[in-house]
Design a protein around this ligand. Structure first.
Ligand code: DX5
Ligand code: ZN
Length: 220
């Protein structure tokens, strides 16, 4: 299982997105947190800004849509060229239809679950997705404390993916750092999002390689 590190630009300096994206060119994908002030109590940016990020990013975009009415608003992010589009289970009326639409537009389709949302209702639908994202903080803000209570769900999700014989990535987002990444990888995650742990570090590239190496040494 190859480990991927996707830094979240939520913790970057938005006044210099070009410079901030250049800092993470050694990462796998740039994690782009879209927030609408409805689904979460915070507001970031939408399609026009993502279009510009897509144009200048040295690495593919991993869009994490924390937005209401995902069925209506998610496909545009695939049209803009994001390599992966994650929508929330809590915000989609028809997740299978939406995942198929995203895939048809050429992006990977990914389903996110807030801490209180169980994986069990989605176990039979896993084949519709390229990735499952388990949130380990309540979505909305960077720099929050990692929620250990979400670890059993990561484990159950990995078991369900293996039992189904599927190749689906398992992404974890929220509070991932040098002190929590081992637990996350032990539980079965292979795509790690890190915002403050990368942009809050003295050197982003060093933070990325440090997280990657620590994670790789815990893959089993
Ligand atoms: C939170 C966002 C995360 C956030 C992670 O709602 O989805 O991607 O940027 O930041 P850290 O790694 O600081 O918890
Ligand atoms: Zn995110």
């Amino acid at each position: 299982m190859a480990i991927e590190i996707n830094p979240s630009i939520l913790s970057s300096d938005f006044s210099d997105l070009r410079g901030e994206l250049a800092k993470i060119s050694t990462a796998d994908m740039a994690h782009i947190d879209v927030m609408d002030n409805h689904f979460v109590p915070n507001l970031t940016f939408g399609p026009p800004v993502v279009e510009r990020i897509q144009a200048i990013s040295p690495i593919p975009l991993d869009a994490h849509l924390m937005i209401a009415e995902a069925d209506r608003h998610a496909p545009v992010y695939a049209e803009l060229g994001c390599a992966s589009v994650t929508f929330h289970a809590e915000a989609a009326a028809a997740p299978v239809r939406l995942a198929r639409e995203i895939r048809k537009l050429g992006a990977k389709a990914s389903l996110a679950l807030k801490p209180a949302t169980p994986i069990e209702p989605f176990v039979d639908l896993l084949g519709e997705f390229d990735q499952i994202l388990i949130m380990t903080v309540e979505p909305g803000f960077g720099g929050q404390k990692f929620l250990d209570v979400c670890l059993p769900k990561i484990r159950r999700t990995r078991e369900a993916i293996s039992a189904a014989g599927l190749e689906i990535k398992l992404q974890v987002d929220g509070g991932v750092s040098m002190s929590t990444i081992e637990r996350v990888v032990d539980a079965g995650a292979d795509v790690l999002v890190a915002g403050s742990a990368v942009y809050g570090a003295e050197d982003a590239a060093t933070a990325i390689s440090g997280l990657r190496e620590l994670a790789a040494s815990h893959v089993h």
